[in-house]
Design a protein around this ligand. Structure first.
Ligand code: GDP
Ligand code: IMO
Ligand code: MG
Length: 427
C-alpha cells in the first residue's frame, strides 16, 4: 500500500513536476492535494516541455490515474484550458478525477486577489494573482463553492448571489471597483458542468480503496514548506498547507497510509514574490544563477530571486514534513564555480544559530554564515550514476545530506525525465 508524498522543501519551483513525472511510470494514482493554478510544474518528455498548473504531473504517464483532491482550489476555466492544450498538442490523457469537496476559484476571487494586492502597496505578498487566497478564505469562512455545487445549478446560483451580495459592497466601497454580476458568474461556472460532472467523485474513498488494493499512490505537493500558511514565512506564504500533513487533509487519506515523504530541494535556492530569503544574492552571482538555471517563473514569468543553498531552511523542512528522502535537483546548474558557498548558520542579533529562527522578526535580520565547498568544471548533464559525478560534486552532495539530516536519494542533472541519478529507488 505505498503512499508517497512529494513536497517542496524550499520556496517552490524545486522541480516537483519533474520528479513526479519521473517516478510516474511506477505509480497508479497521482494526486494534487493543495494549492491551485498558482503552481507551475514543468515536465520535459523526449525534449517536449509541458507546464502543468492544475493537472497532476503524473498525467503524462499513460497508466497513471490523476486526481484533484479536496484540498485543491479549482479554476474551472484553467482546468478546461489545460486539458484542451494537451489535446491540441495531440497528447491524449484520461480526464482527472475531481473531488466533490474541492473548492472552486471564481472570477470574483481572481478580481479580489488583484485589487487587494494593489491596495496593499508596499505590504503586498506578491501573489500569483490567480485568486488562490480569496478562494481559500471563502472556504474557511464557509461561504465557498465546491465542485459538487456543479451538480445543483439552483443551489450554485444562490451561493454565488449570497457571496456577491457581500463582496460587491467591498469591491465598490473599498476598492472602487465595479460590481460583478452574479448571474453572469453562475452562467460561466455552470457552462463547465457538463464537462466535469462525470468526473466528480468521492476521491477520498477511491484513493483509500486503491491503497487497500496495494496500488501506488503519489501525492504531488505544490508550493513548498516555506510557503505553508502554518509553517512558512508568514505572511509571505500561500493560503494552504503544501506540507506533507496537507497530503492527508487535502486528499482524505490518513497518515498511517503514507510510507514515504520525499522533499524536493534545489542545489541552490530560489523564491518568487515577496518575503524573507536570507541567502538571496542581489549581485552578479545571483544573476549568474538565474541565467544558468533559467530561473523565471513557470506561472507568471517573473524572474526568480536566487541565492545559495540554505541548510537551515531545508533541515526545517526535514522536520516539519518528516522527510524520509530528499531529491536534489539542478545540481548541473552549479557547474563552473570555483567554490560554492553553503549557508550553515545565521547570525541573529549577534547570536549564532544553526536552526531556523522561531520568529519572523529574527528571520528578517538573520545574516547567513557560509562554509565554502570546492566546485567542479565538468558538465553533469549526461551522468546517470553517483559514481560518474566529480569527487568535489559528490562531496557537495554528502555535505548537504549531513547538514539537512536526511538521505539524498535522487539527483537531477537536467530537465529531462531521464536526466536523473537514482541513489535509492523511491517506489
Ligand atoms: P516545480 O514547481 O517544483 O515543479 O518546479 P518548476 O517546474 O516551476 O521549476 C523547475 C525548473 O527546473 C523547470 O524549468 C524544470 O524543467 C527544471 N528542472 C527540474 N529539474 C532539473 C534539473 O535537475 N536540472 C535542470 N537543469 N533543470 C531542472
Ligand atoms: P510551485 O508549485 C513558487 C508564491 C507567490 C507568492 C506567494 C503567495 O510551482 O512550486 P499565491 O498566489 O499562492 O497566493 O501567492 O506564494 N507561490 C509560489 N512560488 N512556486 C509556486 O508553486 C508558488 N505558488 C505560490 O509567488 O509569493
Ligand atoms: Mg513551479
Amino acid at each position: 500500500m505505498p503512499g508517497i508524498v512529494v513536497v517542496g522543501a524550499q520556496w517552490g519551483d524545486e522541480g516537483k513536476g519533474k520528479v513526479t513525472d519521473q517516478i510516474g511510470e511506477q505509480v497508479d494514482y497521482c494526486v494534487r492535494y493543495s494549492g491551485g493554478n498558482n503552481a507551475g510544474h514543468t515536465v520535459v518528455v523526449n525534449g517536449d516541455k509541458f507546464v502543468l498548473h492544475l493537472l497532476p504531473s503524473g498525467i503524462l504517464n499513460p497508466n497513471c490515474t490523476t486526481v484533484i483532491g479536496n484540498g485543491v482550489v479549482v479554476d474551472l476555466e484553467v482546468l478546461s484550458q489545460e486539458l484542451s492544450e494537451l489535446d491540441a498538442r495531440d497528447v491524449q490523457v484520461p480526464h482527472p478525477l475531481l473531488s466533490a469537496n474541492a473548492h472552486i476559484i471564481t472570477p470574483y476571487h481572481r478580481v479580489l486577489d488583484k485589487v487587494t494586492e494593489r491596495f496593499a502597496g508596499k505590504r503586498r505578498i506578491g501573489t500569483t494573482g490567480r485568486g488562490i487566497g480569496p478562494a481559500y478564505s471563502d472556504k474557511v469562512n464557509r461561504i465557498g463553492l465546491r465542485m459538487q455545487d456543479l451538480l445543483d445549478p439552483t443551489g450554485l446560483r444562490e451561493k454565488v448571489e449570497a457571496s456577491l451580495d457581500q463582496k460587491n459592497q467591498i469591491l465598490i466601497k473599498i476598492y472602487n471597483h465595479r460590481p460583478i454580476d452574479a448571474e453572469q458568474v453562475a452562467d460561466q461556472l455552470l457552462s463547465y458542468a457538463d464537462q466535469f460532472k462525470p468526473y466528480i467523485v468521492d476521491t477520498a474513498r477511491k484513493l483509500n480503496e486503491a491503497l487497500d488494493d496495494n496500488k501506488v499512490v503519489l501525492f504531488e505537493g505544490a508550493q513548498a514548506n516555506h510557503l505553508d500558511v502554518d509553517h512558512g514565512t508568514y505572511p509571505y506564504v500561500t493560503s494552504s498547507n503544501p506540507t506533507s500533513g496537507g497530503a492527508c487533509t487535502g486528499s482524505g487519506v490518513g497518515p498511517t497510509r503514507i510510507d514515504r515523504v520525499v522533499g524536493i530541494a534545489k542545489a541552490y535556492t530560489t523564491r518568487v514574490g515577496e518575503g524573507p530569503f536570507p541567502t538571496e544574492l542581489l549581485d552578479a552571482d545571483g544573476e549568474r544563477l538565474r541565467t544558468d538555471g533559467g530561473e523565471f517563473g513557470a506561472t507568471t514569468g517573473r524572474p526568480r530571486r536566487c541565492g545559495w543553498f540554505d541548510t537551515l531552511s531545508v533541515e526545517e523542512s526535514t522536520q516539519i514534513n518528516g522527510l524520509t528522502d530528499i531529491f536534489l535537483t539542478k545540481l548541473d546548474v552549479l557547474t563552473g564555480w570555483d567554490r560554492i558557498p553553503v549557508c550553515t548558520a545565521y547570525d541573529v542579533d549577534g547570536e549564532r544559530t544553526s536552526v531556523w529562527p522561531m520568529t519572523a522578526e529574527q528571520l528578517a535580520v538573520a545574516k547567513p554564515v557560509y562554509e565554502y565547498l570546492p566546485g567542479w568544471t565538468e558538465d553533469l548533464s549526461a551522468a546517470r550514476s553517483f559514481d560518474e559525478l566529480p569527487a568535489t560534486c559528490q562531496a557537495y552532495v554528502h555535505f548537504l545530506e549531513e547538514r539537512v539530516r536526511c538521505q539524498i536519494s535522487g539527483i537531477g542533472v537536467g530537465p529531462g525525465r531521464e536526466q536523473t541519478i537514482v541513489i535509492n529507488e523511491l517506489v
